[in-house]
Write a protein that binds this ligand. Structure first.
Ligand code: SME
Length: 167
């Protein structure tokens, strides 16, 4: 089986199904952030590790809740919109409603914010710390319907882990 290199010393199965890949990623992410108090370093590594895991993604990043709006944090991909109001776009909707939003076709999501005109589908997962929203995790793809319930299920414990960081 071909494998891709992921976080130091660990591997994610390149050919495994989505659920397996997310399951493999989780302990690696936990090990990556274990003992490291720096939020930016941890988020940067988390996003990089996710990029190895989610090959369908064209962009993966974190928008952090700051002063009542979402502000661009660590990401992998093209330059992106810096500030998003709560309730606006897919990110602002997921943040305002504290729920994962899966968008199979961004053209059919009213108010979608097109940071990259090539994006066709998206998933946004809220990150909560002790029940309070601190950020959202945003993944975009150039493919239609790249994300589904399996991604939502796989990303949920990852968002939960990120919620335990020192926000
Ligand atoms: N498409 C997002 C904006 C962020 S970019 O995808 C990086 C949205 O509608 O909220």
């Amino acid at each position: 089986m071909r494998r891709v290199h992921s976080p130091p010393g660990d591997l994610i199965s390149a050919t495994a199904d989505k659920a397996t890949r997310y399951r493999e990623l989780l302990p690696q992410l936990a090990a990556l952030v274990d003992g490291e108090p720096d939020l930016i370093a941890n988020l940067a590594n988390a996003v990089a590790a996710l990029r190895e895991c989610v090959t369908a993604a064209s962009w993966i990043g974190i928008y952090v809740l700051r002063g009542g709006e979402l502000v661009l944090g660590p990401f992998q991909g093209k330059v992106a919109c810096v500030r998003i109001a709560l309730g606006r776009g897919v990110c602002g909707t997921a943040a305002a409603e504290r729920r994962t939003v899966v968008v199979p076709d961004v053209d059919k999501f009213p108010g979608h914010i097109a940071c990259d005109a090539g994006s066709r589908s998206e998933i946004v997962v809220p990150i909560l710390r002790r029940g309070e929203l601190v950020a959202v995790l945003d993944l975009d793809s150039y493919d239609l319907a790249a994300f589904d319930d399996r991604d939502a299920a796989g990303l949920a414990p990852i968002a939960e882990l990120l919620g335990t960081l020192a926000w």
